[in-house]
Structure formats: C-alpha cells, structure tokens
Design a protein around this ligand. Structure first.
Ligand SMILES: Cc1cc2nc3c(=O)[nH]c(=O)nc-3n(C[C@H](O)[C@H](O)[C@H](O)COP(=O)(O)O)c2cc1C
Length: 311
C-alpha cells in the first residue's frame, strides 16, 4: 500500500502535525473557534498580541475593505498579561495543538518582562516577538527597523525565555536581510514574515481619512507577492527556519511561500472569509504531494532556489 504523504514537522523543537499556523491577531485566543472548527487542523496557533498592561486599541472605524485585502488599525487591543494568565491560560489546553504567544511592548524592558513571565507558562510552547506592528504609536515597527535595536531586544528576550523565540518582521524594516541577520545572531530560533504594510484609505465623501487611526495595516492577497519576495530574500540571508505569511488563501498561495523557503506558513485574513481554510489547504497539500509523488512536504522547502543562488 502506498504511504500517505507526511506533513508533520519540528519547528525549533515545536512538534507540529502540519506546517499551517493561525497568524497572530486573526484567531483571537483560539478557543473562540473551538466549538465549530477542528483546531487540530492547525499545526500551531499564534495567539493575539499581548502587552503588559491592557490596551484599548485605536478609535473606530478600525477596518476598511480594500481591493484583495483589508486595512486594520486595531492597535493591539488586548486585556493585558495579568488577565491572560488568569483567564486565558487555563483554557489553552482545550486547543489540542501547540500554542504560541505573541508579545509587544513599548520598550526593550517591556518585551523582556513579558518574556520572563511567559517563561514559566507551560501551556505556551514559544513566544513570537512582534516588532513590526504598524498601528501603534510607541514600539511596534519602530523596534523592527534598526538592526542594532533588534539585536538588543532579541538578546534581552533570549536571556529570560528558554523556549523557542520567533521574531516577527515587517517589510518596512528598510534593510530586511540585515534585520533578519541581527535577530538570528541575537539568538532568534525562527523568523516570521511579513506583518501588515502601513496603508491609508480616504473617505472622499467626507474628505477625511477613513480610519479612526488615519493609517492602518494592509493584509490579505494584495500583499502576497511582496511577502513571497520577502521570504525568498530572507531564505538567502539567514540559516534559521522561516514562517511565511501575507495573503495566503489557497493551497497555491501556501506552496509559493514554501517554495520560496518557508518551513511553515501562517494564515491570517483568510480566516475571516473561510474559517475552514486550514482544513482545506491541508487536504489540498496532501493531495498535491500524492499527485507529485512526494513523501514529505519538506521536499518543497526552498525548491524555487535561494536568493543567494540567483545573485
Ligand atoms: C485584524 C488583524 C490583527 C492583527 N494583529 C496582530 C498582532 O496582534 N500581532 C502580530 O504580530 N500580527 C498581527 N497581525 C498581522 C498578521 O498576523 C499577519 O502578519 C498579516 O495580517 C499578514 O497575513 P494575512 O495577509 O494572512 O492576514 C494582525 C493582522 C490583522 C488583519
């Protein structure tokens, strides 16, 4: 009998049954979906961003539909780490798949403090450091632009967090490869990219910016080609594994990121349109591997050729 193609992997020690991950901020704390989605379709779920103190987020409107995508200016609204530990942590076991925390702060010290708190939390198997949010005034992308700052921040987290550290990058970091290498040399285990891209919609009837925050982060298929390019370039710049994301909606989209060099892929905005997207892509990936005579999806990682080889 022919063996089923395999999707399981270990990403920096995180045991995942498939390379499909729910992207931060697009899947709440996961258990909101538990009653109607089989969460084991996810290789891992990245929780919405958590900060030390509760955050109200930005004023409404916070969402705007755009061609092949959307702008959001949620602004890291969340109830803070104390609530997380008290109310969210006890429920994370319900998810049945690896859970990754996503953290954000307004100073290196805040990132360090959050990582130190999460170091003792067994329900969390890794932290993802968001240094790429375009929707907050302090912190966010301002940390992700400068390789020296990235190195300092990641080192600070690395010193206090013993599990896998994932660093989430934005294309807005001018020299993306330099930022990736800084994170890698400071001890990051994995890089994830890309976060949303800063954009703006103007309400022509009112002649005013549409979003309450004026600008927002663009996500969805509109950003996919630039995200694939970013992953492809990063694959040629660092040796650590990559999580690729930005507009993944179909199997073909996910394959593009894997062929560009991503070991895993994360899906955000597509969940709002198709809550079964993980199941659909997972089924499609198995069929594709079967059809192509491949035994393990990892045979496809970076198969499009690395940026270094092309230079
Ligand atoms: C509504 C919304 C909220 C988000 N919140 C976070 C967040 O808290 N932390 C983070 O690192 N990324 C956050 N992101 C970025 C996504 O995780 C992802 O990087 C981005 O949306 C690109 O993927 P997509 O096109 O599949 O959505 C958010 C995105 C959206 C649309």
């Amino acid at each position: 009998m022919k063996a089923e193609p395999q999707l399981a992997l270990e990403l920096a020690g995180i045991k995942m049954n498939s390379p499909l991950m729910a992207a931060s901020g697009c899947y709440g704390y996961g258990f909101e979906y538990a009653g109607w989605i089989d969460l084991r379709d996810w290789g891992a779920i990245v929780l919405q961003g958590t900060t030390l103190e509760p955050r109200q987020g930005n004023p409404p409107p916070r969402l705007a539909e755009t061609p092949s995508g959307m702008l959001n200016a949620v602004g890291l609204q969340n109830p803070g780490i104390d609530y997380f530990l008290r109310e969210v942590r006890p429920r994370l076991g319900e998810l049945g798949c690896p859970v990754i925390a996503n953290i954000a702060g307004e100073s290196v010290e805040q990132y360090r403090e959050l990582a130190a708190i999460l170091d003792g939390v067994g329900e969390i198997c890794a932290v993802e450091i968001n240094i790429s949010c375009p929707n907050v005034r302090c912190g966010g992308i301002s940390f992700g632009r400068d390789p020296a700052v990235v190195e300092r921040l990641v080192s600070a987290v690395r010193r206090v967090y013993r599990g896998p550290v994932i660093v989430k990058l934005s294309l807005e970091a001018g020299d993306l490869a330099a930022v990736g290498r800084a994170a890698e040399s400071a001890g990051a285990d994995v890089l994830s990219l890309i976060n949303t891209l800063k954009g703006m919609v103007i309400d022509t009837a009112c002649r005013r910016p549409f979003l309450g925050n004026v600008t927002g982060g663009l996500s969805g298929p509109a950003i996919r080609p630039v995200a694939v390019r970013a992953v492809w370039e990063m694959a040629g710049a660092v040796a650590i594994p990559l999580i690729g994301m930005g507009g993944i909606t179909t199997l073909d989209d996910a394959l593009q990121f894997i062929l560009a060099g991503a070991t895993a892929v994360a899906i955000g905005t597509a969940n709002f349109l198709n809550p079964h997207v993980a199941r659909d892509i997972k089924t499609g990936l198995r069929r594709y591997l079967d059809r192509e005579g491949l035994h393990h999806y990892s045979e496809l990682i970076g198969a499009a050729g690395s940026a270094l080889h092309r230079r």
